[in-house]
Write a protein that binds this ligand. Structure first.
Ligand code: FES
Ligand code: FES
Length: 157
């Protein structure tokens, strides 16, 4: 079947198997491997993307459901050579180890900070409860969220 979707600002037309997930389409047909496939069951959050502005697990969404809709992935966050402040904060806080969870976490944190610029820790923990990390123990991830929130707050007009 043919799926036409606006992906990171560009309309893309792709032919996929009717049962293909949005994650499979992004990674295998569109050439956007940033969203990771760790569980394919909606459990880990490593495949988080925005669908019409709403955070979803791309492994749980059929590619067909993205037809005529807007998809935004982690690849859209950096502008040119400049990383998004959340990406910078993850690096500086040492919140990246194997990195498999990182794209999904960065998308989830960017989503959170866009809605709530200075979230208290319990709100951060709740917002990221669907994103699993096997390496960091989460402390450095919380440090990264605080750092990004501080910097993005200062950058706001
Ligand atoms: S790969 Fe989608 S939630 Fe784990
Ligand atoms: S850094 Fe390895 S799973 Fe999170």
């Amino acid at each position: 079947m043919i799926v036409r979707a606006n992906i990171n600002g560009h309309w893309r037309t792709t032919e996929v198997w009717p049962g293909a997930s949005l994650l499979f389409m992004l990674r295998e047909h569109v050439g956007l491997p940033g969203s990771k496939n760790a569980c394919e069951q909606g459990e880990c959050g490593s495949c988080s993307v925005w669908l019409d502005g709403e955070l979803v697990c791309a492994c749980l969404v059929l590619a067909a459901q993205a037809h005529d809709r807007e998809v935004r992935t982690v690849e859209a966050l950096a502008v040119g050579d400049g990383l998004h402040p959340v990406q910078d904060a993850f690096i500086e806080a040492g919140a990246v180890q194997c990195g498999f969870c990182t794209p999904g976490l960065i998308v989830a944190v960017a989503d959170l900070l866009a809605r709530e610029p200075a979230p208290p820790d319990p709100v951060v923990r709740e917002a990221l409860s669907g994103n699993l990390c096997r390496c960091t123990g989460y402390a450095k991830i919380l440090d990264a969220v605080r750092l990004a929130a501080e910097r993005m707050g200062k950058a706001a007009p």
